[in-house]
Design a protein around this ligand. Structure first.
Ligand SMILES: [Fe+2]
Ligand SMILES: [Fe+2]
Length: 466
């Protein structure tokens, strides 16, 4: 077993991911790559100081290092996950004899974009790398020590969420490279998500509170897919429509990849020329989707129409007279909700409950009123991910709805009655099965004021490998 605690294990993964990325831009001797590489080697040597090998890679799409699982998708983890999936590598194993030169060469070989498992293994053998080994995806039975990482069903849902994130990232990077993206990985993960949505919609809904500000477009796309699927299921649509909503939602903003970055990331207001440019993203996205294999024509149509607005006052104007199905109204509601609840450079995030109030005001104009009503009903009085104050003065996170009583959801207590932050959040039923009352919700709390990362908290109560 390795000798790194979780923060250092995460540091090692982050350094590895960063070194791999940097190697694509700089020669190994450049300080920008040399420095993280040296630190990576130092951290790896510490991990190996126990005399046994260490390994890192993916279990069910979740990044791990030895016994530590990393459930929150940071940029570095998402980057590395994508590369490992692309290369069909499940696991990297290093033994204590690893030298700096071997590590440096390995990082260099690993950083080549189009090199997969077989070629990479051959190049490693040719370069004399003997202390680092790879395990191919699908061949995970390879003995890797005693890390019987147990992932709970929440963990499975997080793994699906992460896989969706990787699929969307891959599609976007293909578009950036001028390639027509494949649709198979996305369809596969949406199929998984449909099954979860039909059974326990709230488990994925909670994950939409993960807002990764560095990767806004990707997380936003996945969140809109999840919210659209849940709403489709709440509206009793058939399973194929729920699936198409998931695909359309996750692809709805991919056209943004083709909008210049300086416009896309501009804080503050757009000039009218910039706004015109921005408004091209539904058309650009739908055009790409039409060229992708295996996607029904109405998916590109949903993407084309997601900003048309219910009253057709939106864009693209030329498309206002086209016939669209109800899916554009569903995706538009999901899109609006996720955008309102996300913090961006120019916008303070609005809590889920207030976001629903804001959406009430858009009924009949921007959004379809009856779909908004169904969405509000689905989200409940206190949507999953809302931070609330109880009459015991405790602060808690809503993380499961209570179908019997919308005002008494299942919560995780985060701050105790004295204002002290709990190291491990405590699960609490507000009203027991016998009707006994623990506490009542008295107000909604702003997570920023309490310095609380809701996404982290939603994924935080998961049982991790010991
Ligand atoms: Fe959009
Ligand atoms: Fe959007």
């Amino acid at each position: 077993m390795g000798s790194l605690d979780k923060p250092n294990a995460l540091r090692l993964i982050t350094l590895f991911s960063g070194s791999v990325k940097g190697m694509a831009f700089y020669p190994p001797s450049h300080p920008a790559i040399r420095q993280p590489l040296m630190e990576l080697y130092k951290t790896l040597t510490t991990a190996l100081s126990g005399g046994e090998y260490v390994s890192w890679g993916l279990i069910d799409g979740i990044m791990f290092f030895d016994d530590h699982l990393f459930l929150s998708p940071s940029t570095a983890i998402a980057d590395l996950t994508e590369r490992m999936m692309e290369k069909e590598i499940a696991r990297i194993i290093a033994n204590p004899s690893v030298s700096f030169d071997e590590l440096e060469l390995f990082v260099k070989l690993f950083s080549s974009r189009n090199v997969r498992f077989d070629t990479l293994s051959a190049q490693m053998a040719e370069g004399g790398i003997t202390s680092i080994k790879l395990v191919r995806h699908g061949d995970e039975s390879f003995d890797h020590g005693d890390d019987d990482a147990e992932i709970t069903s929440d963990g499975d849902h997080i793994a699906s969420y992460n896989r969706a994130l990787s699929a969307v990232r891959m599609i976007c990077s293909d578009i950036e490279l001028g390639r027509i993206p494949g649709s198979a990985p996305l369809i596969k993960v949406v199929d998984e998500m449909v099954a979860i949505t039909m059974e326990e919609p709230w488990s994925l809904l909670g994950l939409t509170m993960i807002k990764d500000y560095d990767n806004y477009t990707f997380t936003h796309c996945v969140n809109v897919g999840v919210l659209s699927m849940a709403l489709g299921a709440a509206l009793d649509l058939d399973i194929m429509s729920v699936r198409d909503l998931g695909i359309a939602g996750q692809l709805h903003d991919i056209g943004k990849v083709m909008i210049p970055k300086n416009i896309l990331n501009k804080p503050g207001k757009f000039s009218s020329a910039e706004y015109d440019e921005m408004k091209r993203h539904p058309e650009l996205g739908s055009k790409i989707i039409r060229e992708m294999d295996g996607l029904a024509p109405h998916i590109s149509s949903v993407v084309l129409g997601h900003h048309l607005h219910y009253d057709r006052s939106g864009y693209p104007q030329w498309a206002t007279q086209l016939p669209f199905n109800q899916m554009i109204d569903i995706v538009a509601v999901a899109d609006t909700y996720d955008a309102i609840t996300t913090l961006r450079v120019y916008q303070h995030p609005v809590n889920p409950k207030r976001a629903l109030d804001e959406m009430q005001k858009l009924k009949g104009t921007i959004l379809n009123g009856s779909i908004v009503e169904s969405f509000i009903e689905m989200m409940g009085d206190y949507p999953v991910g809302t931070l609330v104050r109880l009459d015991t003065n405790e602060v808690a996170l809503v993380y499961r709805p209570n179908p019997l009583d919308g005002k008494a959801p299942l919560v995780r207590i985060v701050i105790d009655g004295e204002g002290k932050r709990l190291r491990v959040p405590r699960e609490q039923v507000l009203i027991g099965p016998d009707g006994s009352r623990y506490a009542e919700i008295v107000a909604v709390v702003d997570p920023l004021l309490k310095d609380i990362d809701i996404g982290q908290l939603i994924t935080g109560g998961i049982t991790e490998a010991a």
